[in-house]
Design a binder for this molecule. Structure first.
Ligand SMILES: [Zn+2]
Ligand SMILES: [Zn+2]
Length: 366
């Protein structure tokens, strides 16, 4: 933990204090109160950035001020812009990898994990050796039966061919491993994050390619890995022990939050706060400090909270807890209209209307 700084320690102290406060009495009053506060802030042209933006490490760039943006449902509001580094060199607070073992004799030390049916498995040599049994399919054969050597993608080209949705048949029965340096030429990605999220009456599905959130350590939290496509081609694309792996187009990203990805973050009565979802609500680790999963999580994985300041999001009485590591699902959906990755200069995440070029012409004046 090299990056912890005084600023963040001060904030942690703030969160601990806020976590014990109850801002506005009962639940419905609290929602009305949040709404009123947000309305007041939106109308202020000098509104400052939400405090939570201070939790991002110094490698993550947050805009100096708010911008006008259009969310996934067409809502016009204020957002801040987060620029996520894709550079393989940045310190995310933990090691990246290992992913694929090299021989069926390799232990969990030399391998990452695999997720199946809500369970986390060590993707060690023994696991690779027994894939045909594990998936009840004799076509699995990732290793040389004579030497025990495991077939692993060993170049950027091999990684690209094996990681694409229609896996190159040449790489069937490979353990797919892409290294962080394969993404070193990728430009940093900017995201629009709503500054004043409000829980909506309808959930918002996320774009399977768009990500679900941004961790404060600079790692993108992604939608579930396309496990069916991966397994359908008799490949395995393990995650490291922290739930991350590399895609050469987006760099290192998480599909699961584990103990080691829950690092260097603020502790509150709801556990460690890990990052922010693309709808603007914060994401906490799975369990409370007492070791229990909150029992009132909704379909998306969030809950309303008394004490609207928990986690440093003043005036916001709702947050998420990351899904079980084995579930391959950090969030199940968004509880509010979402922001998005920024394409070009567009500040629109409005999926109903599509990108500006695709919109129908305005009606002719009659
Ligand atoms: Zn992935
Ligand atoms: Zn909570």
């Amino acid at each position: 933990m090299k990056n912890i700084n005084v600023r963040r320690l001060a904030l942690i102290a703030g969160v601990l204090t806020l976590g014990t406060l109850t801002a506005c009495g009962d639940h419905s009053n609290s929602e009305a109160h949040v709404h009123a506060q947000n309305e007041a802030r939106k109308q202020s042209t000098t509104a400052s950035l939400p405090t939570i933006t201070n939790y991002f490490t110094d490698d993550v760039i947050v805009s100096d001020s708010l911008v006008e943006c259009t969310l996934s449902d067409g809502t016009e509001t204020s957002c801040y812009i987060v620029t996520m580094p894709i550079n393989s060199e940045i310190d995310v607070g933990h090691d990246k990898g290992p992913w694929c073992p090299r021989n069926i004799s390799d232990t969990a030390e030399d391998a990452g994990i695999w997720l199946n049916d809500n369970e986390v498995y060590d993707a060690d040599g023994n696991f690779i050796e027994n894939l045909a049994t594990f998936y009840s399919d004799d076509n699995w054969q990732l290793f040389n039966p004579e030497t025990g050597e495991i077939k692993v993608t060993d170049s950027k080209d091999a990684c690209l061919a094996a990681a694409r949705p229609d896996v190159d048949p040449k790489y069937q029965n490979y353990c797919v491993e892409c290294l962080p340096e394969y993404a070193e030429d990728v430009e940093p990605q900017k995201y629009l994050i709503p500054a004043y999220p409000e829980k909506a009456s309808r959930i918002t599905q996320f774009d399977p390619h768009g990500g679900v959130g941004l961790a404060f350590n600079g790692v993108k939290m992604d939608a579930p890995a396309p496990v069916d496509a991966i397994l359908g081609a008799y490949t395995l694309a393990p995650f490291d022990d922290c739930g991350g792996h590399v895609n050469p187009h987006v760099g290192y990203h998480y599909h699961a939050i584990t103990e080691c990805s829950s690092i260097d973050t603020a502790l509150s009565t709801h556990g460690k706060m890990l990052g922010v979802a693309l709808d603007g609500f914060t994401i906490f680790e799975r369990k409370h400090p007492d070791g229990l999963v909150p029992d009132d999580l909704d379909d998306c994985g969030g809950h309303a909270i008394d004490g609207s300041g928990v986690g440093g999001q003043e005036g916001i009485g709702y947050h998420y807890h990351a899904g079980d590591a084995g579930s391959n699902q950090i969030l199940a959906c968004f509880s509010a209209p979402s922001g998005c990755a920024i394409e070009g200069d567009s500040m629109h995440c409005d999926v109903r209307r599509g990108p500006p070029g695709n919109r129908p012409p305005p009606p002719k004046p009659s």
